[in-house]
Design a protein. Structure first.
Lengths: 310, 390
């Protein structure tokens, strides 16, 4: 349940966001999936909407959607974002790809903060960066559907080839409007041969229009190498295109110096021994810091083990 | 009472010999309350933990005289004198240690027993010092007469002899009944000790540790040296060990060597001194000499066996590494620069150098990698301002 202060905060942040990124009300309505008939009273600071003679309350869901879009934090962040070498590396490479309209492949270990960095980058360029998360069970159709959803395409019919054309047309349109659209495939180690070939096709189509970026683990390159060895059509061509555009994210330093400053020495040692990456570290610290805040107890190893049930 | 001559300074500061006649001795008695048999005793000028230990040693050696083997007891009761020091000792001596309650003299059978000794034996002696301070005056000795005959009082040793005679008389009167009572005791209550256990629990120590030297283990007590030896071949395997020597002052023919951590124990025997002159040789000398000769032969056999096993273990190594057998390995022949070991160890040093070089290479690689990462990070930082994104 959102408080009135939170709702006011979201709307104030929305206004700043629209001004900063030059977003119209229609853009916000489309991107956040909030009907304009709700968005107008929300921007006027109202929590209700008039439907005929009735006054109906605007659901918190719509405020949350806007908060998600503009990156407004509804809850206080327990772990503040740190400029890790991995974060700066990924963002700098994404920025390069965007500025020079170049494709890129970023390879890094799991938990290195790839998705986190992508989200941070996307919040900075909400009108230009589009991302899809590849799933283990996704086929080519699913992947194209995810791209269409992300681009909010109105017209979405025809064969897969036609749909690729529709994606190209939308991105080209945005490019012509003076934007620098960019399409990022997160967790692309799950891409199968057909998806990789579609990526190659999009790459050729969108050359100098929209850079394509793949984020994934080393399994992606291993997959491609295996497919090339088996002489699977299209993969070696893709490899030729991305060979020197593949960048390896620096390995995570498990001393976590940036995050563990001031932490109890015993707990620090335990975290360094047991957490292999930022993801695991966050999984340990987030629930514990929440409980520390609730109970007012110091953050010690004993307390962490109690919270995690170890 | 006994007489004792002491040195005393007079008013002019001159030292004079003065004889005093009021000195008394103290006796610690270990009593079996079965028929109040004095199993052990020790006599001294005053009560000390050492005197108490001496009394218990006497008790345990006396059980050997009575029953053929050293015994310790199932239950032990004592007064509370110096209990912090002595409780571990008492607990080692007995299966169950039950001290008397503090300030409850009646809890112990020893107090009436001392009265019995006083009345039965001591009162008959002319140098009797009487009962305690609170006793009736008419029961005390005639002090005028005692003062008159004080010159007849024995000296300290004479007084000790008097008490020994009394205890021996007391023992003689109760011995047969005591031995009979022992025969009726169930076997599980007859707790015997070997001599090693006896020394381990009751042996005195000099306070120092000793090592095995050429002549043997030399123990010095009050400026008197005792030399012990051990015919157990294992003892010589621990030549570097510091030994705590435990002994019975009444019987220095044997002692126990205990390692400082208590893990090793060896019985030592007083070293037999062979006479120098043939004319002084006695019947026991030849067997003792033969024993040493036999022991040395056994040692030589053991050493040969060790050498054989060493050879078996090393032979393969020597065959695999012929350099060990090379000339410089056997002979100290220097080169023109006076160096021997440099040449002998050249191969080994070369190997070490390789290891060291590999280590340095790894270190350099690590530094280079770190530097590369830092350069890359600086490059990235120069391209973007990360604060715009977080």
């Amino acid at each position: 349940m959102l408080t009135q202060d939170q709702k006011t905060g979201i709307i104030e942040a929305l206004e700043t966001f629209m001004e900063l990124h030059n977003f119209s009300q229609a853009d916000i309505s489309l991107k956040a999936d909030v009907n304009a008939s709700y968005l107008i009273p929300m921007r006027k600071g109202k929590s209700t909407v008039t439907m005929g003679a009735k006054e109906i309350g605007i659901s918190d869901m719509y405020f949350s959607r806007i908060a998600n879009l503009i990156g407004f934090e509804l809850e206080e962040k327990l772990i503040t974002t740190k400029a890790t070498p991995q974060l700066t590396f990924i963002i700098s490479k994404l920025k390069d790809c965007m500025d020079h309209s170049e494709a890129g492949v970023l390879i890094g270990q799991t938990g290195a903060g790839k998705t986190f960095a992508l989200d941070a980058f996307k919040k900075k360029f909400p009108a230009e960066v589009f991302s899809v998360k590849v799933g283990a069970s996704d086929n080519l159709g699913d992947l194209l559907q995810k791209i269409a959803d992300e681009l909010k395409l109105d017209y979405w019919k025809g064969s897969k080839s036609v749909k690729i054309g529709l994606i190209w047309r939308e991105l080209k349109r945005r490019n012509e409007k003076g934007l620098k659209p960019m399409l990022v495939f997160d967790e692309s180690e799950y891409m199968k041969q057909t998806a990789l070939c579609a990526f190659k096709e999009l790459y050729d189509l969108l050359l100098n229009i929209c850079p394509l970026v793949m984020l994934g683990t080393e399994e992606l390159t291993e997959n491609m190498t295996r497919l090339i060895r088996r002489k699977k059509a299209g993969v070696s061509q893709l490899m030729r295109r991305i060979k020197f555009k593949t960048h390896y994210i620096p390995e995570v330093d498990t001393r976590f110096t940036l995050f563990l400053d001031g932490v109890d020495a015993e707990l620090k040692k335990w975290l360094q021994a047991n957490c292999a990456n930022y993801g695991e570290l966050t999984d340990v610290l987030n629930p514990c810091l929440r409980e520390v805040k609730r109970l007012g107890q110091p953050l010690t190893l004993e307390f962490v083990k109690m919270v995690l049930g170890l | 009472m006994y007489q004792k001559t002491v040195e005393r300074k007079d008013r002019e500061g001159n030292i004079r010999n003065v004889t005093e006649y009021h000195h008394r001795l103290s006796m610690v008695v270990v009593l079996d309350p079965c028929n109040k048999y004095p199993v052990g005793y020790a006599i001294g000028t005053h009560e000390t933990p050492a005197l108490i230990r001496q009394a218990f040693r006497n008790a345990i050696t006396h059980t050997e005289e009575l029953f053929g083997s050293k015994h310790h007891v199932y239950q032990l009761q004592t007064d509370n004198y110096n209990k912090k020091t002595l409780t571990p000792f008492y607990e080692a001596l007995s299966e169950r240690y039950t001290p008397a309650r503090v300030k409850n003299a009646k809890a112990k059978v020893i107090e009436p027993y001392f009265k019995h000794l006083n009345k039965t034996y001591c009162q008959l002696q002319p140098n009797w010092s009487g009962f305690g301070m609170k006793a009736r005056k008419e029961n005390q000795p005639n002090e005028e007469y005692s003062n008159k005959i004080r010159h007849t009082f024995p000296d300290e040793q004479g007084c000790v002899d008097q008490i020994v005679k009394m205890i021996e008389a007391e023992r003689a009167s109760k011995k047969s009944a005591y031995v009979e009572a022992y025969a009726l005791l169930s076997d599980d209550k007859k707790l015997t000790w070997s001599h090693m256990e006896y020394l381990s629990h009751l042996g005195e120590t000099s306070g120092d540790t000793n090592r095995l030297n050429g002549p043997g283990v030399i123990l010095q007590i009050n400026k008197q040296k005792f030399t012990f030896d051990c015919f157990d071949p294992q003892f010589r395997m621990h030549r570097n060990e510091d030994w705590i020597i435990k002994y019975d002052p009444a019987d220095m023919s044997q002692a126990l060597a205990v390692s400082t951590d208590g893990s090793l124990k060896f019985m030592l025997t007083d070293k037999y001194v062979q006479p120098m002159a043939l004319a002084e040789r006695t019947a026991g000398d030849a067997p003792e000499l033969a024993r040493i000769t036999q022991h040395n032969r056994t040692l030589i056999d053991d050493i040969l066996q060790v050498q054989q096993s060493d050879f078996d273990a090393l032979n393969g190594l020597m065959l695999r590494n012929p350099r060990i057998e090379e000339t410089l390995g056997k002979l100290l022949i220097v080169d023109s620069e006076g160096q021997h070991k440099d040449n002998r160890n050249a191969a080994r040093i070369q190997q070490s150098v390789k290891v060291l070089e590999a280590k340095h290479t790894r270190r350099d690689e690590r530094i280079a990698e770190k530097s590369k990462l830092q350069t890359q990070q600086d490059y990235i930082n120069s391209k973007i301002d990360i604060n715009d994104f977080i």
